[in-house]
Design a protein around this ligand. Structure first.
Ligand SMILES: Cc1ncc(COP(=O)(O)O)c(C=O)c1O
Length: 401
């Protein structure tokens, strides 16, 4: 409705979208459809009607189609129905949810765990709950948006250090009053860069300065660790020195939702203060059943993880032979391969050219990444075949040269 004081209250939305379009930053969803039966070639998809091999998915272990997870989801529906009916504290906690939380606590070698509906919701809610006025929070500059949003909403004093630069972190820590409570918050594997900090050194610095640590293992859960495959915290042997380990079921674990693991004190605090936990309907049983099975599968079946790291090694070898080592910042530290392009529009063009060649790697632009660092983000999976990796490297070599 038009009013006299503001003749077009929608104008700024229109202008904002027009500006984004001009800058090559307009976002819209592509339709991505699997085109083989559930048991078939899982990474072949149609992207807005174009057939391609999917290198954009975070299904690192190929578990989204795993028979064991699918059966667990169906069994949960059979037993509990389709919805959870209320928030966790009202009547949305059943035996399946309690088993999942117990199993995550054991997986992460923690006293207790709490499940959230998504990683985004978990991070925002956790940080809002644990950070109080007068606290200081120190973040890697490239932390995931959900961690940044949680810090912003918390009202705590927020300080950012250069990506992976632990010396800079220590300088920042020295600027905080000694008596202030300090938290250091970092991704373990960075979602757009595929690298990770020296967590052991980070924890030493934290302990020297009396700071608590929260780590986001969204892109590490199921992929690192010699015994349980629970993430980088396990790989670094730091389970009992990190106050909060957060992670998701939505990536390597092939489902949806998130967890946080820590002491009983911290989990009770979050149960009482994390608004996204308190004020949202619990996840449907199928999602909980899938996550419970996935946590079991990644601990008991080494096959998918082995295939993933073989694929990472194969991609790396092929890329080196093709002369792409410096272009792709090899060696890789994870299954994420950023291909830095810089310019936003050019990134979209390169992504489209690659799609025309039959390979789908999404172009990532600001604000997801800093201005001037637009890139293709290639994600490797256990479900890729070696001929698909050969094909991708061949296409990349032609396009990037
Ligand atoms: C590091 C990191 N944390 C949290 C999230 C959010 O998790 P979810 O997709 O489950 O909301 C993501 C990605 O989606 C992520 O990359």
């Amino acid at each position: 409705m038009l009013t006299q004081s503001n003749p077009d209250p929608l104008a700024s939305y229109r202008e904002d979208l027009a500006l984004r379009k001009d800058e090559g930053r307009l976002r819209s969803c592509k339709r991505v459809e699997p085109i083989s039966a559930l048991d078939g070639e899982s990474m072949r998809v149609e992207v807005d009607g174009q057939s391609a091999i999917n290198f954009s998915s975070n299904d690192y272990l190929g578990l989204t189609r795993d028979e064991r997870l699918r059966e667990a989801a169906i069994e949960a529906i059979r037993q509990y129905g389709t919805g959870s009916t209320a928030s966790r504290l009202v009547c949305g906690t059943n035996a399946l949810t309690q088993s999942l939380e117990a199993s995550v606590a054991a997986f992460k070698h923690a006293e207790a765990a709490l499940v959230f509906n998504s990683g985004y919701q978990a991070n925002v809610s956790i940080l809002q709950a644990i950070l109080e006025a007068g606290d200081w929070v120190f973040c890697d500059k490239l932390n995931h948006a959900s961690l940044m949003d949680g810090c912003l909403l918390s009202g705590a004093r927020w300080s950012r250090y250069r990506h992976l630069d632990l010396q800079h972190l220590e300088e920042r820590l020295k600027t905080a009053p000694t008596q202030a409570r300090k938290w250091i918050v970092t991704d373990s594997v960075f979602s757009m860069d595929g690298d990770y900090p020296d967590l052991a050194a980070l924890v030493e610095i934290a302990e020297r300065h009396g700071a608590l640590v929260m780590v986001d293992e969204a892109h590490a859960t199921g992929l690192y660790g010699a015994t349980r495959n629970s993430g980088l915290v396990e790989q670094f042997g730091l389970s009992d020195r990190i106050t909060l380990q957060m992670g998701t079921f939505s990536k390597a674990l092939g489902g949806a939702g998130a967890y946080v693991a820590g002491s009983r004190l911290m989990v009770d605090t979050l149960t009482n203060k994390a608004r996204g936990f308190i004020y949202s309907t619990a996840q449907p049983p199928a999602v909980i059943g899938t996550a419970l099975k996935a946590v079991e599968v990644v601990q008991q079946d080494p096959g998918p993880k082995q295939r993933l790291w073989e694929n990472v090694a194969c991609f790396e070898r092929l890329a080196k032979e093709a002369g792409l080592a410096s272009r792709l910042s090899l060696p890789l530290q994870s299954a994420i391969v950023p291909v830095l392009i810089g310019d936003d529009r050019k990134t979209l063009q390169v992504s489209q050219t690659l799609l025309d060649a039959g390979y789908f790697a999404q172009g990532i632009r600001p604000p997801t990444v800093p201005p001037g660092t637009a890139r293709l983000r290639i994600a490797l999976s256990a479900a890729h075949t070696q001929p698909q990796l050969h094909g991708l490297v061949g296409a990349l070599t032609r396009i990037l040269n």
